[in-house]
Design a protein around this ligand. Sequence first.
Ligand code: FES
Length: 269
Amino acid sequence: GTGAVTPGRGDGGPAPRRATIAARTLRTDRWWVQPLVTVVVLVLFIAYSSFRAFQNAYYHAEPYISPFYSPCITTRCEGDSFPEFFTGPAWISPALYILVLPLGIRLTCYYYRKAYYRSFWLSPPACAVAEPHRRYTGETRLPLVGQNVHRYFLYAALVFNVILFYEAVRGFRDETGEWGHMGLGTLVLLVNAVLLFLYSISCHSCRHIVGGRLNDFSEHPLRYRAWTWVSRLNARHMQYAWTSLFAVAFADFYVLLLATDTIQDVRFF
Ligand code: FES
């Protein structure tokens, strides 16, 4: 961007380079459905995940641990195998120490930015619908210029991906630590780990890391092939964003049901 521009008055009023159309939009379809659904789903997810992160209980049912509490880095953690670094006050939920990283990647994600700029900020609410704001500075100023840190959240997410796979593989052991177990919980954690991994590697920053800054693909055949592959996943980044969001909430919910003895795990073997 080149700094502040003033594209329009947002009420459909006159502006340079814009036709003088009084209506806010000429769209006649239900363009508001998509932003509305986005707000409802994200608010529900934020409410549920905040409740669970602060709850500080029912996040472990051997051999499973909720992804909201993984990695669990305090000595107060129940049931995970991750190295524990410190104790910390009992009233601070172990989820809160790590929450900033998964929260950070979603908040600065290029896809979610599109989704919440449209749905929460109405900036603009949909294509060809004027926004209510008078000024537009893009992401050139604080706080939005901070979205540039996205790539660092991606690095952290890749580390989390490894940990979540590790915890999912632990699900192939039973309560006594014997290998050869597989329950529905094992599958739930595994699917969650896979979808979160797909979300990470389909990331726009990942695509740039893999194939960006090259002037000549023919001199970098391996990176070109990897870039082609990541590009294909990248085209589905939105789908991975939503499916992994549902998967992580469901995985946590499944552990909650087990930990509160509401249901028993289904055991395949
Ligand atoms: Fe969505 Fe990077 S663009 S995670």
